[in-house]
Design a protein around this ligand. Sequence first.
Ligand code: GAL
Length: 692
Amino acid sequence: MKNSFRLYQTHPWLLSFLFVALAAQHVAAQTAPPPLLLGAAWYPEQWPESRWNVDLELMQNANIHVVRVGEFAWSTFEPEEGKYDFDWLERAINLAGQHGIFVVIGTPTAAPPAWLTQKYPETLRVDENGQRAEHGNRQHFNWADPKYREFCRDIAGRMAKRFGHNQYVIGWQIDNEYSQTSADEGTRKQFQDWLKARYGSLGNLNTKWTTVYWSETYSGWSQIPIPKNGGIDSGNPGLLLAWRRFVSETWRSYQKNQIDVIRPNIKPGAFITTNTMGWFKAFDHYTVEQDLDLAAWDDYIPDGHIDPAGNGAAHDLTRGFKEKNFWVMETQPGFVNWAPVNQSIEKDGVRALAWHDIAHGADAVSFWQWRSALNGQEQYHGTLIGADGTPVPLYPEVKQIGEEFARAGSVLANTHVESEVAILHSYESRWAIEWQPQTIEFDPVEELVRYYRPLRELSQSIDIVPPSTSLAKYKLVVAPAMDLLTDAESKNLMDYVTGGGNLVLGPRSVMKDEENSLQTNRQPGPLVPLLGGRVERFYATKKVFPVQGAWGSAEAHIWAELLSVESPDTTVLMRYGKSNGWLDGQPAVITRKVGKGSITYIGMCMDDAGMQHAAKWMIDTAGVQTPLIKVPAGVEASVRYGDKNAVHILVNFSSTPQTITLPAPLDDVLHGGMITTVQLPVYGVAVLNAKR
Ligand code: GAL
């Protein structure tokens, strides 16, 4: 590998031709994509066609088996209104296929061409100050505009008809990273119509939003505004929630507009997805993902420092969108260009991260991007090929990932993550807290990850799912900050407990109802009778309060709730020590057994040491299975299960080499042979196959 790399550096063009023979061999064998896919975002329209073959050979040499193309290429597909050119893409796709590389087509709708926005300015989005976007960047379109949707439907439909049955095209990505909305008059009217359909009458809306407050009462639908600044510092909580629901549904219909013309024109088995952005919260992903076949996300580590729990939780969130394996549609080849300091991931870290992706249920890891366009906004971003067209120093590491994916593919085919523990996540709860945080130090995602971190270490697997999903299969369900629950969601949680499940509610649970109004029976709302206790008062704090009890000594910070016990069989697990007077000696954690299940309320943000004890207690109480392989701190262990096998993936994210003794001999998938001890260098990876 080293030699071939050196040769590339000195004779890049010569060597590329040597792969032609190899390519031909591959093509003969390659009729379906391999189970684990390594990929890159490739923009053939940015390069002379004479260069394509060289790029594809370099990709093939790196064991890249999928490229995403077409995204943002609208001005090349349709240089003038009604004048189309898809021939170049057909040639690019077929050439890729001849190199054993499959294709995901991105619809180009995140970047409408200048002729379109100039002739139809209503297709440009308008910000909350009434400023219309201009051409020259991307995401300048208005996602709600009917005219824009006509154009999207036209281009997506034509692409699907042209390429839907191409043997190399395995999937479709709609648009790119949905994010920007519009506050134009047309959208405002649509929002008002949406409200009319949802609430039926203004009387109902006024009651649900308690609009008598500050004389907000509406006597006409046209009076209702789009909230400003995403509602962060203004607006009635009911209005804010309704707007975000409208935004989410409008993204769904924006997407469906394209799905409707793509689906009937593509071959069975080809997937439709979109690429999301981890914890991005401007719309409810559970709403939008419903119509997709596959969840996919763009995994970036802007500061270059990998936090396996933080990144792992984002994977598990994405896996939870469809509750099945997902794709990492974009990831950074070393570094990005948009952080304050675009530090690179360290050597071997990119490989470790790729295996961490697979460990959490990804079936594809695709780098953004193959090569930087010579001009355009992202010249400094990491790539696999430099501006001179030859590999960058990361290339051999990526090639190694590709070789390992090929080696491990058959073992990992049809395997998936199975979790006994779920953490609940809801956009509506996050929004509710974001709009009225009470303390800027409380971040619902950080709080979720605070639970995730120790629970993941102990269980080696967690699903992150919405409160509406079926929970019966979990032994433990943890809801860190479910501030807002609909009645149906509350019922779902209660049914889970009465059915024998173990539910742990974290601080700020069930303060709000479906309309973002306060619950009238205090926290946790409808769950109070089941808990046999409730929250008497909540306190934001800059101080740290001591807490003691069954979990030893811990510290409460940021948020502390005074709990009370109303039922004789509800017990206090932890109490506050001397704190703010109100909380002194009062319950901080309470629990109650309910049949075979239990419900527990943790009324404070706890320090990491306290969380470790709490997590151990939760795992023990719920009887969650202890993992087969015990790993030291800093080594992430995960399992993917097939019908007959269990594949353990270990990644060393600690700063020292680690030795792990296995409980039984296991098959070393990457190196071959049965082993009983694993030596992991820093960023080392082991893939171990066991019978199930
Ligand atoms: C993503 C985007 C890509 C590229 C990348 C750079 O958000 O989808 O097109 O811009 O960021 O990191």
